[in-house]
Design a protein around this ligand. Structure first.
Ligand SMILES: [Zn+2]
Length: 105
């Protein structure tokens, strides 16, 4: 892991420092993740988006404005995920010391 101390005193690490949190997020149940459409601002669960599975790969579109939100293409030993249509995704993750279930937002 590479690290740099910037002039303002902040310690900057390379992307390997995010391995733990990324592993936690990307093994989550994704269909219950919330999304925000970057084009129209609609907020929906992944499971409520329009899915086109006969395209080259899988395409998820906004049910309100039809914008492409997310694309997933699988290849030999690889998977590409394009999330340019999203402002953000919110995954449900376990909170240490709490049982599972919906947390109030
Ligand atoms: Zn939209």
């Amino acid at each position: 892991m590479d690290s740099d101390l910037t002039l303002d005193g902040n310690l900057t690490l390379d992307g390997n420092a995010a391995a733990g949190v990324l592993a936690e997020v990307f093994v989550s149940e994704c269909t219950t993740a919330m999304t925000r459409c970057d084009a129209c601002g609609a907020v929906e669960m992944v499971g409520a988006l329009k899915a086109y599975v006969q395209a080259p790969g899988t395409v998820l579109r906004c049910r309100h404005c039809e914008s492409v939100l997310l694309r997933v293409v699988r290849g030999a030993g690889s998977c590409w995920v394009d999330v340019r249509g999203l402002t953000w995704m919110q995954f449900n993750v376990a909170t240490p010391g709490r049982s599972s279930g919906a947390d109030a937002v």
